[in-house]
Structure formats: C-alpha cells, structure tokens
Ligand binder design. Sequence first.
Ligand code: UDP
Ligand code: MG
Length: 324
Amino acid sequence: MKTLTIIVPCYNEEAVITESYRRTKQVIQQLPNQTEIIYINDGSQDNTRLLLNEIAAQDPQVKVLHFSRNFGHQPAVTAGIHHCTTDLAIIIDADMQDPPELIPDLLELQEQEQANVVYCVRKSRDGESFFKLLSAKLFYRVMNSMSEVSFPLDTGDFRLIDRKVMDEFDRLKERGKYIRGLISWLGFKQVPFYYEREARIAGETKYPLSKMFKFASNALLYFSKKPLKLAMSMGFTAVVVGIILAIWFILGKIYGFTNADSGWTSIIIAVIFFGGVQLITVGVLGQYIGILFDEIKARPEYVIEEKKGIEELKELRSQVERFV
Ligand code: UDP
Ligand code: MG
C-alpha cells in the first residue's frame, strides 16, 4: 500500500487551522494508506504557529515547517514537496476550499489510471468575488495562449503527485516556481479530476490583488517569451505607423490636403505614442532582466526557522544513495 503525505501551506490561518486539521484527520483515519500531514507555516503573524505546534505535539502523523518569514504560497508548497518522503503527495489549501473529503477519490483515480499526477479541475467556484472569478478565468486562458507548454484550464495546485514527479520536481533549480505550470511541464501521465470548489470556511483570502498580480506576472515571465516578441511587434507597428504618417504629411504638404503646420495635436500624439511604445518595450525587457537578476543571485526559495516532527529522512536517504 502506497504511503501518502498531505501538504498544506498556511499563512495567517488561525481561523481555519483547527477545523482544517479535524476534517483532514477524519479523512485520513479512514484510509488504508500510511499517511502524514506536513503543514508549512509561511511566516504567519497570528496564532497559526502556536496552533500548529499544539497539533504536532499531540499527533505523530503531523509535521510542521516554520518559515523564518512570509515567502509566499509557491515556496511553501515547494518546501512541502522537498520534505516529502512518501510515495504520493496531495497538495491542498488550508482553508478547505479544496475539500479533503475528496482525497480517497483522488487516490482511487490514481490507482485506477496508474497516473503520475491527478490534477483537480474546478467545475465551479463558490464564495469568490466576481473580479476573482473573471481574472482567474482570463489568466488561465491568457497563460495558455502565451505559454510554450499547454496547461489544463481552471486548475490550481490542488492535486496528487507521485514519487517520480516529486523526484523530478526536486531537480528543478529555478527560484520563481509556478508549480502548477512546472508539474504540467514535467509530463508523465496526468489525469483530470473534476470538483466543485467551495467557499473558504473562515478568514479572508491571503491572495490580495498585489500577490495575485505578482503570481500571474511570474507565471507569464517564467513560462513565455511572448511578451518580448509582442514588444518587438509593437516596435515594428510603431515604425510602420511612423512611416505612413510621414508620407501622409509630406504628400499632404505638397498637394495641400493636410494643414500640418497647425497640427499641434498630431505632433503630441506621435510623441506620446512612440514614447509609450519605447517605455513598454524597455519595461518588458526590464522584467526579464529582473528575473535573471533574481535567478543569478541563487538565493534559496525559503528559509526554515524550525522543524517539528521531521527527521532528516530525505537527506539521509540521498546520502545513502550516494554511497550505494
Ligand atoms: N498561502 C501561503 N502564503 C501566502 C499566501 C497564501 O502559504 O503568502 C496559503 C494560504 O494559507 C492557503 C493557500 O495558500 O492555504 C491559498 O491561499 P488563499 O486561500 O488565501 O488563496 P485563494 O484561495 O483566495 O486564492
Ligand atoms: Mg483559498
């Protein structure tokens, strides 16, 4: 029977953590698989740390990683995968939007299809604002049209992955990880599982507009060079427009069908238009240089302040493998 880890990133989740643990525990108690839960406390400023430590102290199945500060959702999930030693892992949010009651179905589908990844596709999303729904829908479609790999639509990080995928994931060295994209990129046998995404059981979203924007732009920049190509096409378009305008005004002056002399508007429009095109192009270039800058520094994606209930099994295993 395959062993299983549930990976749960948590940032300021004091309102949901107890209930989240209770519901997840109830599900895993029914499973025949040997199971553990890894909570990653992503530098919460509330009582999440205390609550997680209490849970870990009384339940040997629970392991906790405390980050030294808030590093973000994707680094938290990455740390979970890095510390997972079991055959299978399921990534799930702490807020119960992805119901843990679906875990047995995911395992069954994995077994039945002999899949390496079971990714969960949202049929519907409850309790989320119109703006979030619209921006998410748009984001996944834009990503797909821009990216060099194709991604399943309306799919978050809620998914089951197996040891093969985790081992390959561990080899990925990039720092700005867009996990759902990387797992698609890895390939292997990936099957969808359709579900209804529920509303958050308590508390507020930890993805405000600024984090959502950063997440989306990271995903785009790491998975697509199209913005650079678009910048170049814009440059070409601007040059063509410029040439047409020049010819138009010169001919106009010769044949007298434009009053270019009094054309203050046309000059200002051209200056602003070309200025804008140049700034956008430089901006897009700057974004990619920024990413190169971050990647070259090669800082770790996260810093762990404290571990609870985690033996360095994985490190031991890799040391043993090196000797054998
Ligand atoms: N999260 C995290 N670090 C962050 C932001 C979010 O670990 O900086 C966790 C959060 O605790 C939750 C999951 O990521 O378990 C998804 O966040 P949330 O539910 O707030 O996002 P939404 O579902 O609103 O997109
Ligand atoms: Mg949520």
